[in-house]
Design a protein around this ligand. Sequence first.
Ligand SMILES: *[C@@H]1O[C@H](CO)[C@@H](O)[C@H](O)[C@H]1NC(C)=O
Ligand SMILES: *[C@@H]1O[C@H](CO)[C@@H](O)[C@H](O)[C@H]1NC(C)=O
Ligand SMILES: *[C@@H]1O[C@H](CO)[C@@H](O)[C@H](O)[C@H]1NC(C)=O
Length: 472
Amino acid sequence: MILSWCLFILALTSSTTLSTNPGVEVRLTNKGLDYGRQLGIAYVQQELRNVKIPDFSGTERVVVGKVKYCLSKIHVVNVGLPRSAIDLVPGSGVKLTIGDAFISMQGNWKIKYLVLKDSGSFDLNVNGLTITTSIAVRSDETGRPTVSVTSCAASVGSAKIKFHGGASWLYDLFTRFIDKALRDALQKQICPLVTKAVEALVPQLKTLNVLAKVDKYAEIEYSMVSSPAVSTSSIDLSLKGEFYNIGKHQEPPFSPTALSLPPQTDNMLYIALSAFTFNSAAFVYNNAKVLSIYITDDMVPKSSPFRLNTKTFGALIPQIAKQFPGLMIKLLLKTEENPQINFKPKNATLQTNATITAYAIQLNGTLSPLFVLNVESSISTQVFVVGMKIAGSLSLNKMKLSLGTSYVGQFEVSTIDHIFQMVLKVVAIPIANVYLAEGYPLPALGKMQFVNPQLQILKDSILLSTDVQFTG
Ligand SMILES: *[C@@H]1O[C@H](CO)[C@@H](O)[C@H](O)[C@H]1NC(C)=O
Ligand SMILES: *[C@@H]1O[C@H](CO)[C@@H](O)[C@H](O)[C@H]1NC(C)=O
Ligand SMILES: *[C@@H]1O[C@H](CO)[C@@H](O)[C@H](O)[C@H]1NC(C)=O
């Protein structure tokens, strides 16, 4: 629905009382608000077209006797909303003002006066219609926003009525009171219509992904952690931005540091994602024990100059050739600590400390450990936006091996360094990249799409700058 963007704007103005550093900051600029205003006005215009003014009748005393009248089949033929503004109301919400609006209506009239009966049609042109609506935005118990109209005022500037058919001397009787009655009837319709429209936004706001499922292990919490900072130029919203194990929300032994948005306003929306958010992901996956992988020879490309067998390793570590001749080798690569992402301007680097355990596969299937290596690696990380997700791709930057335990006597680790460089580059990292390419959901409303999203790596955060569009 086209009002989603308005909802998003409203969502940003809700407040909660918690005070935690956010993992994610969202900024909505004036450009974004203006897009919201355009969508909102289109919606209100459409609703005004459907205004139904019920038939009404009455009796008015005139100089001689009484006029009994009845107006029916009143319908809108045209609506124009040429001027509107959306303003932030610091600390409370949003104010939508519509001015100089006009509505043209048509209907039928019928009167009884003394012994006369007459009927015809009429055109009503209402000009200078002003609607002022204040919308309060709060947060519900789930950290989701909810909205309500706190005040609404509608006033009609001028109304011109023109009757067709019937005897013209009767028109004078009409214009005196029917004009006002119609104007009042219309005025009464507008605020309930606006209130209904705002209430219809509530279920739409529920589409804000405050708990976004990632995969079978993780979900991301995007609920608000503090009141929004509403200034005259933007709304800044602080979101938790934390990965959790599905169903088991365990806090990591680190917390977000202060996050700030750069003072940019060219795009509608800015989303800053802290290193904390990515590190909480690493914490979750490491805890779920999914950051480990067995690597076997069939995973090594055919073109590789080495194979995972005791022949290759035995040529470098003679003890292996002697003790385990003619066997295949299997490796277990496993992170030992939470991988850590570091953001520096234009540089995202993932630091991981892992171990690689090498086993000889005995003919009966038993695994005989050969050695355990400690692998400290620095992995360059590219980030990109895919749909409404942020995705990544890794490439090995640097790797440092040291011997943890050996079951085959002492050996010089540097002799096998090139093998493990290759194993990481051509086997392990490509597997990780398949997962990372799936991406992680960004905070969004149901029908929201990014338009020309750009990512920038800053100090301690990634900044997404984007325009948005609502579809459907
Ligand atoms: C990025 O930073 C890391 C250290 O965090 C450094 O080793 C690496 O060379 C840098 N990469 C580039 C392209 O500057
Ligand atoms: C990896 O280990 C080194 C040496 O013990 C340590 O300095 C570094 O902080 C560790 N890195 C991570 C990401 O745990
Ligand atoms: C498997 O073979 C190895 C080497 O021949 C032997 O040491 C081990 O006991 C065997 N294990 C089983 C379960 O048969």
